[in-house]
Design a binder for this molecule. Structure first.
Ligand SMILES: Nc1ncnc2c1ncn2[C@@H]1O[C@H](COP(=O)(O)OP(=O)(O)O)[C@@H](O)[C@H]1O
Ligand SMILES: [Mg+2]
Length: 252
């Protein structure tokens, strides 16, 4: 059973005009078996939260803590965080020319487990994961994210999620740029993951659309670098009806 605990997290980035505070005290606890949706307008700091938890060097932690099962995540290197069981699906996955999807997946799995996966079962697992996400088997020979459509990038992120099998998955706008069929395929993948024992999911989005397919246990409204309100799935419906306006005005 794993718990990701974010306490009073404050994060800034360096800009030409000096340091800019983006996260202003984020507190959030994701327990095993729970799916939390973070919803917030553009620029509210959602991706900054995802990157800070994953360990992106661009972000300076200026206060607060992040722990996974009591272990200090902020003290870990990026690869230690992954080995501890954290996974990030990025909003804008990066291209890695010259590295094939198959090679990338196998290298990642080997790095996580400390040993190479058994070839026969691994090839089967990879083919199954690609097939489940409506990706052609030849997809494995392509360079990571190079020339991928928006939908292929997101489906590839979820194939990684299924194969790498973390404890806690942070999914940053995994729904953006997906048509309705791809949204269904990606959501099914996330739902397969969270149906497994003891998995935590932090689903970041600015549309309620994906929440029709992935039903969260908790919804948090994220405004101006903070959680402005938390509730159950009904909160997403309220946002759908009324938008972020009320929360934005309260934040000013
Ligand atoms: N490297 C950076 N330099 C300057 N500003 C940044 C940087 N990264 C993020 N920001 C700013 O921080 C705010 C939050 O960005 P982000 O976390 O991407 O928001 P969201 O994902 O909610 O749209 C935005 O105003 C953005 O312009
Ligand atoms: Mg973002």
């Amino acid at each position: 059973m794993s718990t990701l605990e974010i306490k009073d997290l404050a994060v800034s980035v360096k800009t030409d005009d000096g340091d800019k505070q983006i996260l202003k005290g984020v507190t959030l606890t994701i327990k095993a078996g729970e799916t939390h949706a973070i919803m917030g307008p553009n620029g509210s700091g959602k991706s900054t939260l995802a990157y800070s938890v994953a360990g992106h060097p661009k972000y300076d932690i200026t206060g607060g803590s992040v722990t996974l099962d009591g272990e200090d995540v902020l003290a870990m290197s990026v690869d230690e965080r992954a080995r501890a069981g954290l996974f990030l699906a990025m909003q804008y996955p990066v291209e890695v020319p010259g590295v094939s999807v198959s090679n990338f997946l196998r290298t990642a799995k080997t790095a996580l487990d400390g040993e190479a996966p058994k070839l026969r079962t691994w090839v089967k697992d990879v083919n199954k994961a690609l097939e489940d996400l409506n990706l052609d088997p030849s997809f494995g020979t392509r360079s990571v994210n190079e020339g991928f459509s928006g939908g292929e990038k997101k489906r590839h992120e979820i194939a990684q999620l299924e194969l790498l099998d973390p404890k806690v998955a942070v999914l940053d706008e995994t729904d953006s740029g997906l048509d309705i069929d791809a949204l269904k395929v990606v959501s099914d993948g996330v739902n397969r993951f969270r149906a497994k024992d003891g998995k935590g999911v932090l689903l970041i989005t600015h549309y309620t659309r994906i929440l029709r397919y992935i039903e969260p246990d908790f919804v948090h409204v994220f405004v101006d670098g903070r959680v402005a309100e938390s509730g159950g799935p009904e909160l997403a419906e309220e946002l759908e009806a009324n938008g972020y306006d009320k929360y934005l005005r309260a934040a000013v």
